[in-house]
Design a protein around this ligand. Structure first.
Ligand SMILES: Cc1cc2nc3c(=O)[nH]c(=O)nc-3n(C[C@H](O)[C@H](O)[C@H](O)COP(=O)(O)O)c2cc1C
Length: 184
């Protein structure tokens, strides 16, 4: 099994990165091959709305999103992570999601195989765990549109310092288990 993590925070070793890695470590322990993409390091533009992908099964931009498209087509499981920036996912993550329009048919069926497994992780400064539940739930709906089986959403709340999430040992354990049990 192949599991790919996408980090939507620009901060390496930040809270989102720690949680994505934790889930990947869990998946790795159960025998999966894992790979991690830092979206902020990828050289790609936001969707131009040209609708080329409505006519052809491809994106016209032909940039580094091609690597992500290959991963989304070929991997069996995913860990998607983003911190909350102004009530929403980061701009980097939003651009990434918009570009996944190229993996959707004109009738809104996915161009990737159904049944891939996914875990969502996130981080927010707000100490109220459900403060941005709607944002995470909406993203879960996006993944379900791609035919993915979303196994859980895990959000670190109340930390601003990079890596502060490690204090939340319960969440860290839950995310590790989620990665470990992704295919159960
Ligand atoms: C530009 C910006 C906007 C933010 N907006 C919010 C917000 O609306 N609500 C919130 O709870 N935290 C907000 N935060 C705090 C981050 O979500 C928090 O520090 C998180 O732990 C960062 O995750 P990371 O370490 O993975 O980058 C914001 C941080 C930045 C830099």
């Amino acid at each position: 099994m192949k599991v790919v993590g996408f980090v939507g925070s620009p901060r390496k070793n930040g809270n989102t990165d720690v949680l994505v890695q934790q889930a990947l470590d869990g998946a790795s322990e159960s025998g999966a091959d894992v790979e991690k993409f830092y979206i902020n390091d990828m050289d790609f533009k936001g969707c131009q709305g040209c609708n080329y992908c409505r006519e052809v099964d491809a994106c016209k931009l032909n940039d580094e999103m091609e690597k992500a498209y290959d991963a989304l087509r070929n991997a069996d499981g995913f860990v998607f992570g983003s911190p909350i920036y102004f009530f929403q996912f980061t701009g980097q993550m939003r651009q990434f999601i918009d570009r996944c329009f190229a993996l959707i048919n004109p009738d809104f069926t996915p161009r990737i195989d159904a049944g891939k497994k996914a875990v969502i992780v996130g981080a927010q400064g707000n100490p109220e765990p459900d403060a941005f539940k709607s944002t995470f739930d909406e993203f879960s709906q996006v993944l379900q549109m791609f035919g993915m089986d979303v196994k859980g959403t895990f959000v670190d709340s109340g930390h601003h310092v990079p890596g502060g999430v490690k204090e939340n040992t319960e969440l860290m354990a839950q995310v590790k288990t989620a990665g470990n049990q992704l295919f159960e």
